[in-house]
Design a protein around this ligand. Structure first.
Ligand code: 13P
Ligand code: SF4
Length: 314
């Protein structure tokens, strides 16, 4: 049965012709009232193709910005504008730009977890679900710069065999997963399939049988008949995993001793109360300069082109 607050949100949604998109790291109650739940690529695509007048993005600010850049005519709401991301914080525009300029004739691939301004100077954007495809599309004779996530960058350099310059940003949540503690846990559960998000440290990824985006990890749990999984990503994803596989044992990968920090503090700023208020007041709204939207649109659209197997020239 729906609560009073949930009913109010659904009513507001109808009244205002709004669409709610939620990331897998949101609390289960938010995922349940969303029209679509997904990874960052899926949310950007859904936001772009939606017919709604208002898109409420239950996720972090860079995700709302991506929807706004792809659909400037829509009103994009994010329930709490403090929902940042450590990767955005560790790639300040001026320094990132100087880094790009110090590597002339390179192709700058930026992970979608970056600011709108960083997107304006990037040649192409990627997410963890299409990053390998994006790198493969870049001619071999071009130098690749990758940022801001160093762990995803290192992983891509390894899988693609490309020599890449990598910006040293990190996700403050995924770097908490602890390789030695994971090793010990695997000894206790040798029958478990270890799955990990590529933002984890290389030492953690070395123990994983499957590495991928949130949707890739969810699909593994859905499709793999194994009965036990050790999961190295943020704990919001467990909501869909448990729904899909009530028969399987899902074990959170360990962080360092005494640290219970496998939750993204930014994603978890969103609540049903804030969502209801945002729909009622039609704020906080994502606002970007038209020149930023225009310049950032190019790198995001190129990513969508590659995802849809359309040709992109570098
Ligand atoms: P996904 O694109 O895999 O959903 O990841 C987004 C993210 O912020 C991971 O920390
Ligand atoms: Fe950013 Fe990490 Fe949170 Fe994802 S989990 S939004 S990368 S801080």
């Amino acid at each position: 049965m729906l609560s009073k607050l949930e009913k109010e949100i659904l009513e507001l949604k109808k009244q205002k012709n709004a669409l709610i998109l939620a990331h897998y790291y949101e609390e289960g109650n938010i995922q349940e009232i969303a029209d679509f739940v997904g990874d960052s690529l899926f949310l950007a695509q859904k936001g772009k193709e939606a017919e709604a007048d208002i898109i409420l993005l239950a996720g972090v600010v860079f995700m709302g910005e991506s929807v706004k850049i792809l659909s400037p005519e829509k009103k994009v709401l994010v329930p709490d504008l403090n929902a940042g991301c450590s990767l955005v914080d560790t790639s300040p525009y001026e320094e990132y730009k100087a880094w790009k300029e110090s590597h002339a004739n390179s192709v700058l691939v930026s992970y979608i977890n970056c600011s709108a301004k960083v997107k304006t100077i990037s040649d192409i954007i990627c997410t963890s679900s299409n990053a390998e495809k994006v790198i493969r599309a870049i001619p071999k004779d071009k130098k690749v710069l990758f940022g801001p996530d160093k762990n995803l960058g290192k992983y891509l350099a390894k899988t693609s065999g490309r020599d890449m310059e990598i910006w040293p940003g990190v996700c403050e949540v995924h770097v908490q997963f602890h390789a030695k503690n994971l090793f010990d846990l695997i000894q206790k559960h040798p029958d478990a399939v270890v799955i990990a998000h590529p933002e984890c440290d290389e030492e953690v990824l070395n123990y994983a049988q499957v590495i991928g985006s949130t949707s890739r990890l969810l699909n593994e749990v859905k499709d793999n008949p194994a009965k036990k999984f050790i999961v190295a990503t943020e704990d919001g994803i467990f909501h869909q995993m448990r729904k899909a596989r009530p028969d399987a044992e899902l074990i959170q990968a360990p962080t360092a001793e005494g640290c219970n920090c496998n939750q993204c503090p930014y994603m978890k700023l969103n609540t049903l109360e804030k969502i209801a208020l945002a729909l009622k007041e039609e704020k906080p709204e994502i606002k970007l300069e038209p020149s930023v939207i225009q310049a950032a649109n190019r790198s995001l659209e190129r990513m969508l082109d590659i995802s849809a197997n359309r040709n992109v020239n570098f």
